[in-house]
Design a protein around this ligand. Structure first.
Ligand code: PBG
Length: 329
């Protein structure tokens, strides 16, 4: 008796395995999230994200050139806004000379070919740490959309290639797309955070930007009335298809690892690129376990990235982008 088919034949050597490998990781797979602060010569490590930094604009230039030289061709910008500039309406977000608007120009000056994506969201600008206007203990949908679409236009005017709304208000993609068209920004892309879950994995990110919901009366303590319930799967498809109808060029699932079933579901039904955001908490978990010597950092990192791509991601926003690219080059 012998097995008719021996699958192990194709696993005998690394050369053989590489010949039959179905998923390949390259620098083209990545979007690099970047945190930006005011100041000069600032490169400060984020406490809950070891080896990840906030940069001031002068050092952002250096970092952008570095990323480009590694083959990384797109960045996703986030800004840390001083407390004194925050209010309920995120007024500072529309400042044509605000930190985000200057950051976009800085990246384009440092490297004109770099694809510049920007986070379109109120939370870094909100005195309540929410992604929308707060009134009577609630997040007001339509008033928020007006602000978000103005914000997207402002980023496009500053030179952003793709705007990335991460708020989860209803109807924001349509409103944003309309305003961009009306202002002749025909080629500005929209990457919609279309299936964004109300996740506890965003903790370190909120540390990085000091953007967590504040603990105060009449301010919701979490984002569960707008971000999705982790228990839901069908709803992710509905959200995503609606965003595509409204004019999204790229859709996104966020977070990554715990939601790979959603990534596959969406990949199977849409005809646009699917981005996956491997979020701050996923990064922090691996860093912590590796620091303790409990997990092999590089091997687990590669396994995670590969799994996200295998699930159906066209591109991955990841804090590991640089580490991965260095490892595979
Ligand atoms: C905010 C925003 C968040 C992230 C990206 N954009 C946080 C949130 O929704 O509270 C999280 C990213 C991460 O955790 O890495 N609009």
């Amino acid at each position: 008796m012998y097995p008719l088919r021996r699958n192990r034949r194709l696993r005998t050597t690394e050369a053989m395995r590489s010949l039959v490998r179905e998923t390949i990781i390259s620098p083209n797979d990545f979007i690099v999230p970047l945190f930006i602060v005011e100041g000069k010569g600032v490169k400060e490590e984020i406490a809950s994200m070891p080896n990840y930094y906030r940069y001031s604009l002068d050092l952002l230039t250096t970092e952008i050139k570095k990323l480009w030289s590694l083959g990384l061709k797109s960045v996703l910008l986030f800004v840390k806004v001083p407390e004194s500039l925050k209010d309920n309406k995120g007024t500072e977000a529309l400042n044509t000379d605000g930190l985000m608007q200057r950051a976009i120009k800085t990246v384009k000056n440092a490297c004109p070919e770099m694809v510049v994506m920007t986070d379109v969201a109120m939370d870094p600008y909100s005195s309540f740490g929410h992604d929308g206007v707060v009134a009577n203990g609630m997040i007001v949908n339509d008033a928020t959309n007006n602000i978000l679409s103005q914000m997207a236009l402002s980023h496009a005017q500053a030179g952003a290639d793709i705007v990335a709304p991460s708020d989860m208000m209803d109807g924001r993609i349509f409103q944003m797309r309309t305003l961009l068209e009306e202002n002749a920004f025909y080629n500005t892309g929209i990457m919609s955070y279309s299936a964004k879950y109300a996740s506890a994995f965003y903790g370190p990110f909120r540390d990085a930007l000091d953007s967590a919901p504040v603990d105060a009366q009449d301010v919701p303590k979490d984002k569960k009335t707008y971000q999705m319930d982790s228990a839901n799967r069908e709803e992710a498809i509905k959200e995503t298809l609606m965003d595509i109808e409204e004019g999204a060029d790229i859709v996104m699932v966020k977070p990554g690892l715990c939601y790979l079933d959603i990534v596959r579901d969406i990949r199977n039904v849409v005809d646009v690129p699917v981005a996956v955001y491997q979020v701050s908490g996923e990064y922090a978990m691996l860093k912590a376990a590796a620091e303790k010597g409990w997990l092999n950092h590089d091997e687990v990192m590669m396994e995670q990235i590969l799994s996200i791509k295998r699930a159906g991601a066209t591109m991955i926003a990841s804090y590991f982008a640089k580490d991965v690219v260095k490892l595979i080059s």
